[in-house]
Design a protein around this ligand. Structure first.
Ligand code: FPP
Length: 256
């Protein structure tokens, strides 16, 4: 795949292996154009496509998109219904393209609340792309960070109750293994579009050491330029993971 100058500008440095995105601002994008909010979600699918392309070009290993939170059920019924139909449509229409591009689709969240039709489509899409070795595209649907942590705790509690595990065996690493995305690289960069500066119950544990990047750009306007800007800001940050800046800079110099 050929790289545009914007992508070339960031390749070659230590690129993020895992990017997670809160795609916010669809409703406002539509309303500012005198359209119904749902039109913003429809346009948002274009931005998803473009972002998947950018992530693939950059060699990102995992891309995690927050498509529907466990709190989004509180929205007007017609908007929730539209989003469910949109997921069905997108899954049906895009999965072959994902497969052709060696992309593995992985849905995270509590899928039990979805219709049988949607559950079936999700199962088929995951099965078709399961063997792919390129970008892992995680779509968070009916997902909440609190749900993820609670679910992990339940799994471990059940193992303790069955006598398969002692509570004293529970370490951070064992706990993390029960969470969504446990087999993927840690999230390096979390992007939120739409101007708000909060995590909104997205990945909580998994963002422990992620760089956070907030932009006023509304999700349907997010494209290659905005993606490259976010990655460029990420590359300009010094990540210390608890070490001192002097230690980190010494290692960077040694590895040159
Ligand atoms: C937030 O904008 C967006 C959503 C809740 C839905 C996101 C869904 C898509 C982009 C389409 C489908 C995606 C996939 C991966 C299948 P908002 O409605 O909260 O915007 P607002 O803050 O302006 O109201």
């Amino acid at each position: 795949m050929t790289q545009s100058p914007a992508t070339e500008a960031v390749v070659g440095k230590v690129s993020p292996r895992h990017i997670a995105i809160i795609m916010d601002g669809n409703g406002r994008w539509a309303q500012s154009r005198g359209k119904a909010r749902i039109m913003g979600h429809k346009q948002g699918v274009e931005a998803v496509r473009e972002t998947v392309r950018c992530a693939t070009r950059l060699g990102v290993e995992s891309l995690t998109l927050f498509a529907f939170s466990s709190e989004n059920w509180r929205r007007p019924e017609e908007e929730v219904n539209f989003l469910m139909e949109l997921f069905l449509l997108v899954l049906g229409r895009e999965v072959k393209k994902l497969h052709k591009n060696n992309i593995k689709l992985n849905i995270i969240g509590d899928c039990s609340a979805f219709s049988e039709r949607l559950k079936k489509k999700i199962g088929e899409a995951q099965a078709l792309t399961a063997g792919n070795t390129g970008l892992v595209l995680n779509v968070a649907a009916n997902y909440g960070g609190c749900w993820d942590i609670t679910h992990a705790a339940q799994q471990l509690a059940e193992q303790v109750a069955r006598g398969e595990l002692q509570s004293s065996d529970i370490t951070e690493s064992l706990f993390a293994q029960q969470l969504s995305l446990s087999e993927q690289p840690p999230v390096d960069l979390m992007i939120r579009t739409g101007g708000d500066h909060r995590i909104s119950n997205f990945l909580l544990w998994q963002l422990a050491y992620a760089e956070l990047y907030f932009t006023d750009t509304l999700w349907p306007d997010f494209g290659e330029q905005a993606f490259s800007e976010a990655v460029a800001v990420f590359l300009s940050r010094e990540r210390r993971f608890g070490y001192t800046g002097a230690q980190v800079r010494a290692w960077m110099n040694d590895s040159k």
